[in-house]
Design a protein. Structure first.
Length: 197
């Protein structure tokens, strides 16, 4: 994404040349989200923002600087809080220890790439899927529970699609969709980062 001036110049050219035929909408960057790990049981969605603001008064955070999004439990039954913050607040929170009740909590960037359980492709969910059923390990037209492929037969649909549109810069396709080192997943994470303030 170019500079603000460049975006405005392009928008103005489209308006001049196309008038009422096209509507210009400049995509805004999203605010960063952070996850605060291991929050105490006393913290709820109703009081999370106030607790953080009261106990981190030395960081000069204001009420509009953060907004709580959700609380979730990990497999180890620990509670984590996801908050959305403005860029300035992100820097303040990442450079300090968050005190919540009597616990010092760590904060980290929260990046979640959605992947459909039906077709295994990115950026949509099962309920919105218009694609075909695709097995995550082998790309067959069956459900994961019906897969009989061995690890040697793994192919990942998103990496195959990437190679189709980038024939000069192909990536490895022989892995499961659950592989955290997947090149197409890393590309999605980079794209997410570029679209975040």
């Amino acid at each position: 994404m170019g500079s603000k001036e460049e975006r405005e110049r392009i928008s103005n050219r489209i308006i001049e040349n196309c008038g009422e035929e096209l509507k210009v909408k400049v995509q805004e960057r999203r605010n960063p989200r952070l996850v605060i790990h291991t929050i105490p049981e006393e913290v709820t969605m109703e009081n999370a923002t106030n607790v953080i603001l009261q106990q981190t008064s030395d960081t000069q955070l204001d009420e509009g600087d953060l907004q709580d999004k959700c609380i979730y439990r990990t497999k180890r039954n620990l509670r984590n809080l996801v908050i959305e913050v403005i860029p300035h607040a992100r820097k303040l929170i990442m450079n300090t220890r968050i005190k919540i009740e009597w616990v010092i909590c760590k904060a980290a960037d929260y990046i979640q790439i959605s992947r459909c359980f039906k077709c295994s492709r990115y950026n949509h969910r099962f309920a919105d899927c218009r694609g075909e059923e695709t097995c995550p390990p082998c790309t067959g037209k069956h459900k994961l529970g019906e897969c009989t492929s061995s690890q040697n037969d793994y192919k990942y649909i998103n990496c195959m699609t990437y190679n189709k549109y980038n024939p000069r810069k192909t990536i490895c396709i022989n892995h499961s969709s659950l592989d955290k080192q997947c090149a197409s997943l890393q590309a999605q994470l980079k794209k997410h980062e570029q679209n975040t303030n």
